[in-house]
Design a binder for this molecule. Structure first.
Ligand code: C2E
Ligand code: MG
Ligand code: MG
Ligand code: MG
Length: 276
C-alpha cells in the first residue's frame, strides 16, 4: 500500500515536472520568435530625488507582449533567456534601445538625465560584453557617464573575481554601477567594499515592510546607513505611498523609484513626463 502510494506520488511528480519542462520549452520557443517578431520592447520608470521630487533619470525595463496581446512578466521570461543564452542578443537590444532613448532625451535638453539598465550574470560571463557596450555607446553617440548598469546583489557575490574584472572594464567606459535588490542577497561587507559601485538600491520588500515590521525597518535603516557609510548613493525601489517616501527621507535615503512617482511608461510618455 505504502509502496503503491510512493509510486503513485513519484509518477505524479515526474508528470508535473514533464509538463513544467514542456511549458518552459514552449515559452522559450515563443520568446525566440517573439524577439524576432519585435514583440519585445522597453519601458522606462522615472527615478527621483526623494526630498525635491526632481527627476534624475529612469530605469529601462523589458516588456514582452505576445501576438495575442498577453503580457508575460520579466520574472518569468528573463530566467529563460538567461538559461538559454538568448539574453545576449536581448540584452544588447535593451542596451541599444536605452542608449538611443538617452540620446533623444539629451537632444531635448535633458543633459543630466541618467539611464539605468539591468544586466545579467550571463552577460557578464559573455566574452563580447564589453565590446557590445562600447559599440552601443559609439553607435548611439552617448557617453557611459550618463548610464548606470544595475547588477543584482546575488550576482555581485557569485563569482567575485569575474565580477571585479568586468566591473573594472565597465568603469573604464564611464558607466556607473548600482547593486539592485540590495538586502536580499548575502553580501559580505568586505566584498562589497571591493566592488567599484556607486549606488545601492534597496529592494522593494524592505520598503514595503519598513513600517509594518520591526525587522523590515531595521534592515531598511541598516542598508541606508551602510550605503551612506561607504559613500554611496542610496535609492529605494517600489515606493508606493507618501508615508513610505517620508519614512525613507527620515532614514537618510537619497533617491527613489515607484508607483508613487510614476509607473514604467513608453518612451514618448517619458518625454512628456519630464516636460511636465
Ligand atoms: P528590478 O530591476 O528590481 O526592477 C524593479 C521592478 O519593480 C520592476 O518590475 C518594476 O516594474 C517594479 N516596480 C517599480 N515600482 C514599483 C512599485 O511601486 N510597486 C510595485 N509593486 N512594483 C514596482 P518588472 O518590470 O516586472 O521587472 C522585474 C525584474 O525583471 C526586474 O527587477 C529585473 O530584475 C528584471 N528585468 C527587467 N528588465 C530587464 C532587462 O532588460 N534585463 C535584465 N537582465 N533584467 C530585467
Ligand atoms: Mg533593476
Ligand atoms: Mg530592483
Ligand atoms: Mg527588485
Amino acid at each position: 500500500r505504502a509502496k503503491q502510494q510512493q509510486r503513485g506520488s513519484s509518477q505524479y511528480f515526474s508528470a508535473a515536472m514533464g509538463s513544467d519542462a514542456r511549458e518552459r520549452f514552449k515559452l522559450l520557443k515563443g520568446l525566440r520568435t517573439g524577439f524576432e517578431d519585435s514583440q519585445l520592447f522597453v519601458v522606462y520608470q522615472p527615478q527621483v530625488e526623494l526630498d525635491s521630487g526632481r527627476v534624475i533619470g529612469a530605469e529601462a525595463l523589458l516588456r514582452w507582449r505576445t501576438a495575442d496581446g498577453r503580457f508575460v512578466a520579466p520574472d518569468q521570461f528573463i530566467p529563460l533567456a538567461e538559461q538559454s543564452g538568448l539574453i545576449i542578443p536581448i540584452g544588447e537590444f535593451v542596451m541599444r534601445t536605452a542608449c538611443a532613448q538617452l540620446k533623444a532625451m539629451q537632444s531635448r535638453g535633458h543633459t543630466e538625465f541618467r539611464m539605468a539598465v539591468n544586466v545579467s550574470m550571463a552577460q557578464f560571463r559573455h566574452p563580447g560584453f564589453i565590446d557590445m557596450l562600447a559599440g552601443a555607446l559609439r553607435d548611439c553617440g552617448v557617453s557611459g557617464h550618463s548610464i548606470e548598469l544595475e547588477i543584482t546583489e546575488s550576482m555581485a557575490m557569485e563569482d567575485a573575481d569575474l565580477v571585479l574584472r568586468v566591473l573594472a572594464d565597465i568603469k573604464r567606459l564611464g558607466f556607473s554601477v548600482a547593486i539592485d535588490d540590495f538586502g536580499t542577497g548575502f553580501s559580505s561587507l568586505s566584498q562589497l567594499r571591493q566592488l567599484q559601485v556607486d549606488r545601492l538600491k534597496i529592494d522593494r520588500a524592505f520598503v514595503q515592510e519598513a513600517q509594518s515590521s520591526t525587522a523590515g525597518s531595521t534592515i531598511a535603516q541598516m542598508v541606508v546607513n551602510l550605503g551612506r557609510g561607504l559613500g554611496l548613493t542610496v535609492i529605494a525601489e517600489g515606493i508606493e505611498t507618501e508615508e513610505q517616501r517620508q519614512y525613507l527621507i527620515g532614514l537618510g535615503c537619497h533617491e527613489g523609484q515607484g508607483w508613487l512617482f510614476a509607473k514604467p511608461m513608453p518612451a514618448d510618455q517619458l518625454v512628456a513626463f519630464l516636460a511636465g
